[in-house]
Write a protein that binds this ligand. Structure first.
Ligand code: NDP
Length: 234
């Protein structure tokens, strides 16, 4: 028996692959995004993770319609890449608020029913650059590194209640987000990936499926790289 899963940013890219995989596994999947859309017959809810009120409203709607949420995948994320000298206050605030603050607030709201159920799975989608660093991504890498501290702290808070909190750190995945990266930079990254190719969104989804399932019941506070070896040693 599997329950309800919420995937933020599940309407495209990595999030969509995660949503489809969890649905295949038998979860009732709800996809949350600013646009509130969901392709391929998935259930959708309007949810802006940068807006605390929007998170609360989305949970109310999901719980009323589908029941308590068992698996939360904090996948929604944005980039505002540029060298720090040129980075605006808004670039810093927006990326930290969406990628880090949004994930923390999402987890906090998800705990309500998970604590009652004495079971739950919280999965943060971080990035290889959170641990390696990346020129031009000070805001993004800080937010992604912050997710590791957040997950490990929360894992300690709620471990005794049957709730696991883990982090996935993908490398370069071909999506709308990385479509903005220039060809020269792409070739440079590819050259540093031991497996010599980008990840498919489904390869991130497979690890989410594993972490959500019973086989991962004794894994918490872990950071799992899915990066073709790019971040080895970090
Ligand atoms: P995309 O840009 O393709 O998709 C981003 C998703 O996040 C969209 O569904 C978007 O939906 C949603 N989103 C953005 N802002 C918000 C918000 N404020 N509230 C709710 N939803 C939001 O990104 P990817 O699929 O490439 O990335 C998914 C995650 O994986 C991100 O956290 C990213 O940082 C991480 N990642 C990606 C890598 C890559 O190489 N692609 C590598 C490592 C990590 P909408 O616009 O409708 O709101």
């Amino acid at each position: 028996m599997t329950g309800v899963a919420l995937v933020t940013g599940g309407n495209r890219g990595i999030g969509l692959a995660i949503a489809l995989r969890l649905r295949e596994t038998g979860y009732s999947v709800v996809v949350g995004s600013r646009s509130g859309t969901a392709p391929e017959g998935l259930s959708a809810v309007e949810l802006d993770v940068s807006d605390p009120a929007s998170i609360l409203a989305a949970f109310e709607r999901i719980e009323a319609e589908f029941g308590p949420i068992e698996v939360v995948v904090a996948n929604a994320g944005i980039t505002r890449d540029t060298l720090l000298m040129r980075m605006s206050d808004d670039d810093i605030d927006a990326v930290l608020n969406t990628n880090l603050g949004g994930s923390i607030r999402l987890a906090r709201r998800a705990l309500r029913s998970m604590l009652k159920a004495k079971h739950g799975r919280i999965i943060f989608i971080s990035s290889v650059v959170g641990l390696m660093g990346s020129a031009g991504q000070v805001n993004y890498a800080a937010a992604k590194a912050g997710l590791v501290g957040a997950a490990r702290s929360l894992a300690r808070e709620v471990g005794s209640r049957g709730i696991t909190v883990n982090v996935i750190a993908p490398g370069f995945v071909d999506t709308d987000m990385t479509a903005e990266v220039g060809e020269e930079r792409k070739a440079e990254i590819l050259g540093a990936v031991p497996l010599g190719r980008y990840a498919q969104p489904a390869e991130i989804a497979g690890v989410v499926e594993f972490l959500a399932g019973e086989a991962a019941g004794y894994i918490t506070g872990a950071v799992i790289p899915v990066d073709g070896g790019l971040g080895m040693g970090h």
